[in-house]
Write a protein that binds this ligand. Structure first.
Ligand code: PLP
Length: 399
């Protein structure tokens, strides 16, 4: 039977300290010990259930981590102050000077910039590959390669990683597969397909209210312990800690993720189909015209659909900008980066979230300057929204 990830979240039972239906929020950066010995034992990692300092972890952060591990079907999880905190800590925990990474070339611009410009300063090199080309992944692995990195649904080109096949390649080479699942929570369970570590920018769909920056790493208990280790743990030592108050508010939002994802997907599917019928070049993994539509369908948790992100090609940046400005004026949504909000958000990744990728490389991977990425909102009447977008498209002469 297929796993139902939302049930895993819903079946967790927490009571607050005073019987509240939400767990009590830990409002402390430090914790008392009843004996000096239990303090030193805790620092050596020998005490279960004791907290030492909130950069290490806190009750609120553990509750959120537990819920996200349940969602992703991993043994454990630890939360971070941002998605980038989760990504960079994972990469730096696994790689040392001289190591090599094979990464999808279409990943979030910040991840790309970290690997290309920052990790290289630490003598960690990266080969960027077309993640849909399994041979090129295989051929890029060398004796120093430590891991393969990709996004389940890539930002912003919406390429779909064949996680099962890539995980086979990783296992054969004795290296780890790390999957960023930010675009497809609930719809895809990378761990079930063979990923070793699953990462999210919580900032997006998981939180859903565009009021918080946060991230999570889901993996084995052993790896999560390594991240938190007081002597050489990247989460503990690099300090990208999530504040407990924010963790508590994300946990409350997480409980409606399944309803939100269904609605984002339903609305995105409707608009993608209509845009395509209107002759607009539209990319959405739910469309039959998407090159990986069948692949995505084969592992999709169908309750949740193909996700809330689609792109259209407006031809050039000028037209894309005019369309976005007009759509904002007509209250279709906001001209803003990020995703997973109740309101539709749109931006041109080539000059924003992927601007870290040099222009010639953007061209090579098919990232045109006129590409608009939409994070489709929770509109109750998507047909009305479509009509307004169509008026805007007519006005800027896109159709
Ligand atoms: N991963 C993906 C796919 C993203 O789109 C982003 C941000 O846009 C990140 C990671 C980084 O997350 P954060 O902004 O929470 O650091």
């Amino acid at each position: 039977m297929k796993k139902k990830p939302a049930n895993e979240i819903q079946d967790l039972q927490y009571f607050g300290e005073f019987g509240g239906v939400n767990p009590s929020i830990s409002d402390s950066s430090t914790y008392t010990f009843l004996s000096a010995k239990s303090m030193s034992d805790t620092f050596e990692g020998n005490t279960e259930g004791c907290y030492l300092y909130s950069r290490h972890t806190s009750p609120s952060n553990l509750y959120l981590g537990e819920a996200l591990a349940a969602m992703e079907n991993t043994e454990s999880a630890t939360v971070f102050g941002s998605g980038m905190g989760a990504i960079t800590s994972t990469l730096l925990q696994l790689c040392k000077s001289g190591d090599h990474v094979v990464s999808s070339r279409t990943v979030y611009g910040g991840t790309y910039a970290f690997l290309k410009n920052f990790a290289s300063k630490l003598n960690i090199s990266t080969s960027f590959v077309d993640i849909t080309d399994l041979n090129s992944i295989k051929n890029s692995i060398n004796s120093n390669t430590k891991l393969i990195y990709c996004e389940a649904v890539s930002n912003p080109l919406l390429e779909i990683a064949d996680i099962s096949k890539i995980s086979k390649i990783a296992k054969e080479a004795g290296i780890k597969l790390i999957v960023d699942n930010t675009f497809s929570p609930l719809s895809i369970l990378p761990k079930n397909l063979g990923a070793d570590i699953v990462i999210h920018s919580i900032t997006k769909f998981i939180n859903g209210t565009s009021d918080t920056i946060a991230g999570v790493v889901c993996g084995s208990q052993d790896f999560i312990n390594q991240l938190r280790d007081v002597n050489d743990g990247a989460s503990m030592l690099l300090g990208s800690t999530l504040d407990s108050l924010r963790a508590a508010s994300v946990l409350k939002n997480l409980r409606t993720l399944h309803i939100r994802v269904k609605k984002h997907s339903e609305n995105a599917m409707y608009l993608a189909k209509m845009f395509e019928l209107d002759g607009i070049r539209t990319v959405y993994p739910g469309l039959k015209s998407h090159p990986s539509n069948k692949l995505y369908e084969s592992f999709l948790n169908e309750d949740y659909g193909f996700g809330g992100i689609l792109t259209i090609d407006a031809g050039d940046l000028k037209k894309a900008n005019s369309l976005m400005e007009l759509m904002q004026q007509k209250n279709v949504g906001y001209l803003a980066v990020s995703l997973g909000f109740y309101k539709t958000l749109f931006s041109t990744p080539g000059s924003s979230t992927s601007s870290e990728i040099p222009e010639d490389e953007q061209k090579q991977m098919g990232l045109n300057e006129g590409l608009i990425r939409f994070s489709i909102g929770l509109d109750n009447d998507i047909e009305r929204t479509y009509k307004v977008i169509k008026e805007c498209m007519r006005e800027v002469k896109l159709i």
